[in-house]
Design a protein around this ligand. Sequence first.
Ligand SMILES: [Zn+2]
Length: 140
Amino acid sequence: MFFKTKKFERKVLLDKSVLDSIVTFCKMKHPNEGILILKGKSKNGQIKIDGLAIPPFNFTGPTFAGFPHSFLPFDNSYIGVVHSHPSGSAEPSVTDLNNFFGLVSLIIQSPYDDDSIFAWDSSGNTIPLSINDEHETEKN
Ligand SMILES: [Zn+2]
């Protein structure tokens, strides 16, 4: 099999267990926005998300969720953030793009189900997102 030198196709792989945690968290925060740090790794254009971290400083309201990036501890496994849009679409706002952190931004819109979540890059373009349901439960 031959691989031509072309741009790797970007793709986001999200563990189902992580998605479930995001859904639970955002439902809890509703009608305010919730925000979480995405943990994982990226290789050859594939971004694999397998964990979450709670931002150390967190300001949420109905229209904006954010945290000062300068307060974030340096951590290679932090590859982006996810936040919720309690109303409206899952498209990133100008504020979202100005506050872009890491490689990928996930946005989940109300009613927060498996079809409500989308992945975006720093230019506001969608990245294909697939849910990885085969995650072994190593730790509970
Ligand atoms: Zn937003």
